[in-house]
Design a protein around this ligand. Structure first.
Ligand SMILES: [Zn+2]
Length: 352
């Protein structure tokens, strides 16, 4: 089967993209939380390959190279700048391997990835040029390793997102650009979420939208606005935590679920968010609502698991390899309706 491009796929229906590699690789034991450097592509490549395969099995159409935070500045912070290029190339090659050996008939799309640099400073040309250089070298490696598309994500400065898009557009590859405003509900350079997205569309973003920082509840209102105002394809990839109007992002989300032992660093982010996790039905509901609005590029970011990616895919009508193992309570030993389940076991369920 001929591999379709991103825009062709989006014109025909939903496209699923699993993100959230940082949290999931950390949970699987291959990354230090807080520091969050994706050394996994060099140090435990099979662990990264397995996660990509699990997301692919769950229905991700895009295999996004795990280079989030794998940029020159972060490598300087940990004193391993010399590993920058090998890390990027290894992550891209692993993603390419997975994308070109699909579980269905059609190959997946391999995505190169750039993201928030955390050194961008408003009105500071020097920092901005430095960031642009970091983007350009990473995008260059992605093109070199055969990326089908480019994803720029998690930007909280509008101007940084514009710069990322400019660098991605130079390659001629389809470009996805998503922003992640903080709790003030505005970009840090004081441009509104909607205006930032409008500008990204004007600058040629093929897919524009939001990822990370916000759960379904506090991302959806903005996605609705953006979908209404823009003509291009829209992306929605929330985190999987129950953010609220008072705490629109996961950074200051308090534990409201009976915590008896707090994290040693004041916030539940990033290591004690578990009790605020959305359940699969909430994620499924988000995906369905977004798709019904005309948002075709869907996924989840931090907190993503293969199970949740399957829920997103199924919410928009797709059948994926992992659909074989979807919920089947029918045969549960106590809650199931299967007639072989003994009555005395079923009858006890309210006391279980
Ligand atoms: Zn995220």
């Amino acid at each position: 089967m001929k591999k379709r491009g991103l825009i062709e796929r989006l014109n025909q229906g939903p496209v699923i993209c699993a993100e959230g590699f940082l949290f999931e690789i950390e949970k699987r034991g291959y990354m230090a939380s807080g520091e969050f450097v994706p050394m996994v592509s060099l140090e435990n490549p099979e662990a990264l390959l397995n996660l990509h395969r699990d997301f692919q099995h769950a229905g991700s159409d895009i295999v996004q190279a795990f280079t989030y935070n794998g940029h020159r500045e972060k490598m300087r912070v940990i004193g391993k700048e010399e590993l920058l290029e090998p890390l990027n190339r290894a992550a891209l090659q692993i993603a390419k391997d997975v994308a070109t050996s699909p579980m269905g008939k059609e190959e997946n799309l391999m995505a190169g990835n750039i993201s928030n640099s955390n050194i961008w400073k408003q009105d500071d040309k020097k920092s901005q040029l430095e960031v642009e250089k970091m983007f350009r070298e990473m995008v260059g490696w992605a093109v070199d390793e055969g990326a089908d598309i480019l994803i720029g994500e998690t930007f909280y400065y509008a101007e940084e997102a514009y710069t990322a898009l400019k660098v991605m557009k130079e390659t001629g590859l389809p470009s996805v650009i998503t922003i992640a405003p903080y709790g003030e509900n505005i970009m840090r350079d004081e441009i509104s979420i909607l205006d930032t997205c409008k500008k990204l569309e004007q600058l040629g973003g093929d897919v524009v939208g939001m990822n990370c920082h916000r759960g379904p509840n506090t991302m959806m209102p903005y996605l609705k606005e953006v979908r209404k105002e823009l003509k291009c394809h829209i992306a929605g990839l929330p985190i999987t935590y129950r953010t609220t109007i008072d705490h629109p992002t996961f950074f200051n989300l308090p534990d409201n679920n009976g915590c008896s032992c707090h994290s040693p660093h004041e916030t539940t982010f990033p290591t004690a968010l578990d009790p605020m996790q959305c359940n699969r039905y909430e994620i499924k509901q988000f995906a369905k609502e977004a798709y019904d609005l005309g948002i075709n590029y869907l996924g989840v970011c931090c907190g993503a698991t293969p199970m949740l990616i399957r829920e997103v895919a199924e919410a928009v009508g797709l059948k994926v390899p992992a659909s074989k193992y979807r919920e089947n309570m029918e045969n549960h030993y106590m809650f199931g309706k299967n007639k072989r389940i003994p009555k005395h076991i079923k009858d006890y369920r309210k006391k279980a």
